[in-house]
Design a protein. Structure first.
Length: 403
């Protein structure tokens, strides 16, 4: 990265040396104002010095203020030359491309500012040439006023599209770079999780074995055995968290793909979770169209929907149903899990799927993260819409199996 920066810096100074040389030569060679050394020539000289200093300082002080000074300096420089040397028609070309300077900074505010100011200024020049000058100083503009103005508009549109495409490409590259960084962080987290999980699981298994042994022993009172049972349950919870860590650290890449009927899978899951929902009088209502087939692994698919439906039950109010609908939508099978519980804010929705973020007091956030990974593995998508106090809809989409 340092080498890349060094090469760019060298290229910048080489380019600036050439530009500065051209500005100095413009002052010294065949300059009609040089002989009398009047105010016009002094102004030209002063602007050249200011621009040279600013351009040389920029790599050391890449501030917003210096960028604005450079842009205004370029603006003032070319407009001054336009009026000081009216016979040099090529200066008008430089006026057209002043906004291109701000593209080098990739600063949206500076670009739109320069585009607006340049548009207003050149329009004012055309009005001046048409009403006041009338071709005396600027015949090359006056003789084809409409054509020159259309050419100017065209040049501004070209610059705008170049900037827009460059800016969007830069944004995509930045997003891609951030995704790579996130992927590297998750990879490191996964490797660490795997190492920790393996080291922790073994002593937990030993402790759990002894507790189960003591729980069945006759030498302890029922109250003590209840304590043992509580400790075993907590160890089970710890093992479950470790298993979730391991599934993130070492996801199954060779899962068996099969033709899965979404209706059959969801029916088996709702039958399994129906008793869990009835603990708080939450009935699961299932409405799935027939012949909704996708290509996936049944076990992983069940893991996804058990997690999502279980979450919906846990946030539901007593007596409220959890509604599951599904059917074909264009090229996808779309499943919606709807609850009428506490709902979520926009900020909470954006954080879903993030490791260690959970709205449950004892949650780890790993369950939903695993769901995101499995769904992404089969080119699917998962999204949430919610309103605080009214409930949440989780929408899962998978591509329809072709053939």
């Amino acid at each position: 990265m340092k080498e890349f920066y060094r090469i760019n810096k060298r290229l910048y100074y080489t380019t600036m040396l050439f530009i500065n040389l051209m500005m100095v030569l413009g002052l010294l060679i065949n300059n009609p104002l040089m002989s009398d050394f009047g105010i016009g020539y002094i102004l030209h000289l002063l602007l050249v010095v200011i621009l040279i200093v600013c351009l040389l300082l920029y790599p050391w002080y890449e501030t917003q203020t210096l960028r604005l000074i450079i842009l205004l300096g370029v603006f003032t420089y070319f407009y001054t030359l336009f009026f000081l040397y009216p016979d040099t028609w090529s200066i008008f070309l430089f006026l057209c491309f002043i906004p291109a300077v701000s593209i080098l900074f990739f600063d949206s505010r500076l670009f739109y500012f320069s585009l607006l100011i340049n548009g207003i200024s050149v329009s004012a020049i055309f009005l001046y040439v048409f009403f006041i000058d009338q071709g005396i100083l600027f015949p090359h503009i006056y003789l084809d006023l409409v054509g020159n103005f259309l050419n100017f508009i065209g040049s501004q549109l070209i610059i705008y599209f170049i900037y827009y495409l460059s800016y969007m490409r830069l944004k995509k590259m930045q997003l891609y770079y951030e995704q790579i960084q996130q992927s590297e962080r998750l990879k490191a987290t996964g490797q660490l999780a795997a190492a920790v999980a393996h080291e922790v699981r073994n002593p937990l298994t030993v402790v759990k074995g002894f507790l189960q042994f003591y729980e069945k022993g006759a030498s302890y009172s029922n109250g003590t055995k209840e304590h043992f049972k509580l400790m075993i349950n907590e160890l089970d919870s710890a093992e479950q968290v470790i298993s979730q860590y391991l599934s993130i650290a070492k996801p199954s890449e060779n899962s068996t793909l099969e033709e899965v009927n979404i209706k059959d899978v969801l029916k088996s899951i709702t039958d399994l979770l129906q008793s869990y929902g009835l603990l708080h009088n939450n009935k699961i209502e299932l409405f799935i169209e027939d012949n909704c087939y996708i290509e996936a692994n049944t076990i992983e698919l069940k893991q996804v929907f058990i997690n999502v439906i279980k979450n919906a039950i846990e946030v539901s109010k007593v007596g409220d149903p959890v509604r599951i609908t599904g059917g074909k939508n264009k090229n996808n099978v779309e499943i919606k899990v709807i609850d009428y519980g506490i709902g979520m804010t926009e900020a909470e929705i954006k954080s879903l799927g993030t490791p260690f973020y959970s709205l449950k007091s004892k949650g780890t956030g790993l369950g939903l993260m695993i769901c995101y990974n499995i769904i992404g593995k089969y080119q699917g998508s998962i999204g949430f819409t919610s309103k605080k106090g009214e409930g949440t809809t989780c929408t899962v989409r998978f591509p329809i199996k072709k053939g």
